[in-house]
Design a protein around this ligand. Structure first.
Ligand SMILES: [Zn+2]
Length: 85
């Protein structure tokens, strides 16, 4: 199940190993820009990290052109979450 992206929606972001080596698990993110209105369109995210536990000094990191899906480096909506299932 995929949903249409829209700015302001809260989603889950799965870190991409290699670029976010400390961050394990998913983090909440807000869609700040969309490149279209269909589930296939990429989005810009502000990701809420777990501070220094995730290896960041800031509370937010910017991820661009993120694709919707269940994989690493992708985002999904809460209703599509597979974590803990
Ligand atoms: Zn999730």
């Amino acid at each position: 199940m995929s949903q249409n992206p829209a700015i302001g929606r809260i989603v889950h972001y799965r870190p991409l190993p290699g670029t976010e080596p400390v961050m394990i698990g998913e983090r909440p993110a807000i869609i700040v820009r969309t490149w279209g209105k269909t589930p296939e369109d990429k989005v810009q995210l502000q990701v809420f990290v777990d501070g220094s536990n995730d290896g960041f000094r800031e509370g937010l990191i910017w991820r661009t052109s993120v694709v919707q899906g269940p994989g690493e480096g992708q985002f999904h909506f809460h209703e599509d979450c597979q974590e803990g299932k």
